[in-house]
Design a binder for this molecule. Structure first.
Ligand code: FAD
Ligand code: 2HG
Ligand code: ZN
Length: 475
């Protein structure tokens, strides 16, 4: 049965684009962290939308689950198949064309397998900006960005993928193609169906192309690295910057000392801009479409007010791109650096910004009570209320001893999130890692509606079985 299906898939995509040799498949069966491993009947790499449709239709007919995969940089196991060896991984990486760039409409239409950086570059070549920006941008794809509703560092100015998308093309779970590739900013003709596929983690269909918004290119930029006493100071500094710079504030990232200490220890060339350590740091960026805008002046005014109020303890402001890149390394290097310190227990939460200080204080205390000596690697896109509340084992302790606390520690953080009406996943999604625990933190009516939507789109559970919720129909 499976061998027959693999032969038929090969006829659709061609002999070299359907892989079933275990060694050749291995890179598709493990996630970026090596935290999830699966098995598969085959990995197929269609070259166009019709081939995706034919692959999905064949799998649906054979009763075989389809796992969409883009760059495989996801952090919750969503793109990795289960251990049955029956599922088919559908990799979009051959579909990476820019189909259209419409300067008048300020849109770009791209295929789902296009790597995010290549889309940013295509926009820049036309003097425009595609603003989604994240550490994995050299390998993550637009399809994966859409399926996870990716966020990253530009959300406070430009929004998440939901805000950046005007239209989608999707292969539905029975193999039909929905062409919703409209480039309209206004369209009040009923339900906004594209939003159901965005953030669905491949559970409702395979996204094959998208119409995305473009913005004016940023021609002036200033970056600052600021030492702060506590998270309340970060909230105050955001307020000051918004007053002085308005929506020129394009990034505001917060990092605890522990986070930066890991980067200084493990990332070659990383340097502390200050002589002495500080409890918290902010990376601030202002940007403007006008060349020669006095952004340094704006940052400096905000900082001098911040020093006066005791909000900032030290700061460096840089204008050149090399100096700015060095500061961004201190921020973007945290994920990788933490991997050198044993298991990283990841919690990707969001909290209303004003409540972050009390949230951090309460959560840190509860974590330290639960595991004395725990190293809390808290950092993130605080400008939009998103913190990565990641945990590393106490120095010198055993990996498996720490890992045994994983579920209890997750509950400590998520219970604290619930107190402030936050979310247990701000940007990475549920995938495999949170599919069980989400039912304890989401409203029953919402869960019921989500299950109803899934059954409506995918009654036989063809799409990405076993992800998102624990009890979805699935093959
Ligand atoms: P994959 O990992 O391949 O897939 C992710 C999910 O999307 C899976 O459920 C998969 O089934 C589904 N999927 C993939 N393609 C399709 C498709 N065409 N149609 C339907 N479903 C599909 N995320 C952020 O939001 N913000 C960050 O700042 C950020 N920083 C990161 C930094 C690092 C170093 C790393 C490793 C990851 C980071 N991530 C971040 C997480 C990750 O990069 C994003 O989730 C990204 O959007 C995933 O894209 P991908 O192409 O790799 O998707
Ligand atoms: C980031 O903001 C990413 O750097 C990754 O979302 C966070 O590794 C993580 O937990
Ligand atoms: Zn992030």
């Amino acid at each position: 049965m499976t061998a027959d299906l693999v032969d038929r898939l090969r006829q659709v995509v061609g002999p070299t684009a359907a892989i079933s040799d275990p060694d050749d498949m291995s890179g598709y069966l493990t996630d970026w962290r090596g935290a999830y491993r699966g098995r598969a009947a085959a990995v197929v790499r269609p070259g166009n939308t019709d081939e995706v449709a034919a692959v999905v239709a064949l799998c649906a007919e054979a009763g075989v689950g389809v796992v969409p995969q883009g760059g495989n940089t996801g952090l919750c196991g969503g793109a990795v198949p289960d251990l049955s060896g029956r599922q088919v991984v559908l990799s979009l990486t051959r579909m990476r064309r820019v189909r259209d760039l419409d300067v008048a409409n300020q849109t770009i239409t791209v295929e789902a397998g296009a790597v995010l950086r290549s889309v940013q570059e295509a926009a820049a070549a036309a003097g425009r900006l595609f603003p989604l920006s994240l550490g994995a941008e050299g390998s993550c794809t637009i399809g994966g960005n859409l399926a996870t509703n990716a966020g990253g560092t530009g959300v406070l100015r430009y929004g998440t993928m939901r805000d950046l998308t005007l239209g989608l093309e999707v292969v539905l779970p029975d193999g039909r193609i929905w062409n919703g590739l409209r480039g309209l900013r206004k369209d009040n003709t009923g339900y906004d169906l594209k939003q159901l596929f965005i953030g669905a983690e491949g559970s409702l269909g395979v996204i094959t192309a998208a119409v995305l918004k473009l913005f004016p290119a940023v021609r002036s930029r200033a970056t600052a690295w600021v030492a702060l006493p506590d998270p309340q100071a970060a909230v105050d500094l955001i307020g000051l910057l918004r007053e002085l710079a308005g929506d020129r504030l394009t990034a505001f990232e917060l990092m605890s000392r522990q986070s930066v200490a890991f980067v200084l220890r493990h990332v070659p060339g990383a340097r502390d801009p200050f002589g002495d350590p500080h409890p918290w740091y902010a990376l601030v960026e202002l940007g403007d479409a006008l060349p020669g805008a006095d952004l340094d002046g704006m940052i400096e005014s905000a900082l001098s007010e911040a020093f006066e109020r005791g909000v900032a303890r030290d700061a460096v402001v840089v204008a050149g791109s090399a100096q700015s890149a060095a500061l961004w390394t201190l921020r973007e290097g945290i994920s990788e650096a933490q991997n050198h310190e044993g298991p990283s227990l990841k919690h990707d939460v969001s909290v209303p910004i004003g409540r972050i200080p009390s949230f951090v204080e309460r959560t840190d205390r509860a974590l330290e009570d639960a595991v004395p000596g725990i190293r809390i690697v808290a950092y993130g896109h605080i400008g939009d209320g998103n913190l990565h509340y990641n945990l590393s084992k106490p120095a010198g302790s055993a990996d498996d001893e720490f890992q045994a606390h994983a579920d209890a520690l997750a509950r400590v953080i998520y219970d604290s999130v619930a107190v402030v009406d936050g979310s247990i996943s701000a940007e990475h999604g549920l995938g495999q890692s949170k599919r069980g625990i989400i039912v304890d933190y989401k409203d029953d009516h919402e869960l019921h509606l989500m299950r109803t939507v899934k059954r409506l789109f995918d009654p036989h559970g063809v799409m990405n079985p076993g992800k998102l919720l624990p009890d979805q129909p699935g093959l």
